[in-house]
Write a protein that binds this ligand. Sequence first.
Ligand SMILES: Nc1nc2c(ncn2[C@@H]2O[C@H](COP(=O)(O)OP(=O)(O)OP(=O)(O)O)[C@@H](O)[C@H]2O)c(=O)[nH]1
Length: 562
Amino acid sequence: MSKFPVENVRNFGIIAHVDHGKSTLADRLLELTGTIAKTDHNKQVLDKLQVERERGITVKAQTASLFYNYGGKLYLLNLIDTPGHVDFNYEVSRSLSACQGVLLVVDANEGIQAQTVANFFLAFEAQLSIIPVINKIDLKNADPERVEKQIEKMFDIPSDECIKISAKLGTNIERVLQAVIERIAPPKVSRENPLKALVFDSTFDQYRGVIANVALFDGVVSKGDKIVSAYTQKTYEVNEVGILSPDEQRTQKLYAGQVGYLIAGMKDVTEAQIGDTLYLHKQPVEPLPGFKSAKPMVFAGMYPIDQSEYNNLKSAIEKLTLNDSSVTVHRDSSLALGAGWRLGFLGLLHMEVFNQRLEQEYNASVILTTPTVPYKAVLSSAKLIKARRAVQKNMVFIDQNRVMLKYLFPLNEIVVDFYDSLKSLSSGYASFDYEDAGYQTADLVKMDILLNGNPVEELVTIVHKEKAHPIGKSICERLKDTIPRQLFEIAIQAAIGSKIIARETVKAYRKNVLAKCYGGDITRKMKLLKRQAEGKKRMRKVGNIEVPKDAFIRVLKRQPDK
Ligand SMILES: Nc1nc2c(ncn2[C@@H]2O[C@H](COP(=O)(O)OP(=O)(O)OP(=O)(O)O)[C@@H](O)[C@H]2O)c(=O)[nH]1
């Protein structure tokens, strides 16, 4: 690695709207630089997770070091491929902290979309050099000139700076690499200063412990060095350093300006903090500012299907949150579902991906409850405050056919199915991005579910007043289908304060388990009574009504069709 003086190093990211071709471009860059062999099978090589391959999307940023000969010099280009979906923006901004420039990929047919704008501003605010790349020029409907004009109008980047490529066919890829070298500055670092390394990502390996992805801002780190974590103040010995190319490749040292991985015997996930600064023992440095912590938007309960699985699930969640530090975790418990957690996610897709990764990478099966958003409630005896619906804030024409609308929305309205409805209403043309606008007052009500007049604690929800009736009705119906008939009639009601807004009834039924046992075989009678008693253990009593656990799961669990 010493062959690469700082001026021969470039650290760059690829950012884009979903599906505009980042990962395909990354494949071509890896092939062209000989990092991976050129075959027909290279499809999204950097999308290593099973969930990424199944869904065809990037959820984790990945790093790859490329070597490229240009103008008689050998360059080390560190590429970071980032996710495109709005829910993973946090991942993008974190990765950009290790870069000096980005390739902003825009589809030649679709043009600028919501995350193109959002990601452009992340890079712009981080003061990175931005190289616009118009991809998919091979498509029949491609109109790169129109997209050039959009880029000029929206981002103030002269159209002659755009590079037109087809990542699929490999057209003009060389020009992209040359632009990276010519237009992106080498990192501003010093190898003479003491070590200062930023941990910008980490993963947990069962055998090797924490593997930290590091960007070196100053100094050098070698195998055998004693390093200190600014966050824990603990000292570790470096066991291994290397680059990702894209698989781990050991090296003797890593130098300032380079990006790679480091293993230093951190065995506990809580020791590895994303945003931490590592320095050499007895050579302390001013820690880097780290990262703003992510702000979860959507909350859901997570419980083991069987309580005996609690500890395994706990360790799986801890390991996965190391790799996805934007998830917040708080212990929680529910009368119906037992001990579990309340997890905060950046969005719905993020929640689904986390759940899927738990299942696929940690073999954990969980109950995930319907997502909710955080509220701040002002308790008062008067009826609640004025309703506030989506309010239009701004409208900008990107070109003749495209308009960018800005609205203020209640978060609750967009987390569940807004994205799907928007896509289907606009036949897939509209795209969507959001950021937090803070708490707003709204006409919300607390809805109770009552069984023969007794409130069921775990089913209390906060809903918009206008939606209370359909939501209450649906919960009552789902409960009616799962609560077995009992010796008396059961009224299932949804109520706001003292007002009942929906009702279903479970008719009375006498289940005499001994009915078939005339004849008097006492051991058989005892067996049946014992079985009935065991069944009752899985029940929760609300008043004198026995509610099976399944009934709660059915109501609380996220509906897959939503
Ligand atoms: N015709 C054509 N299709 C392309 C080109 N580049 C990418 N695609 C296709 O576009 C789709 C999306 O490409 P990806 O590389 O997965 O896009 P991405 O931007 O990485 O997507 P996310 O990781 O989900 O954000 C795939 O089906 C690619 O085969 C291109 O130059 N021409």
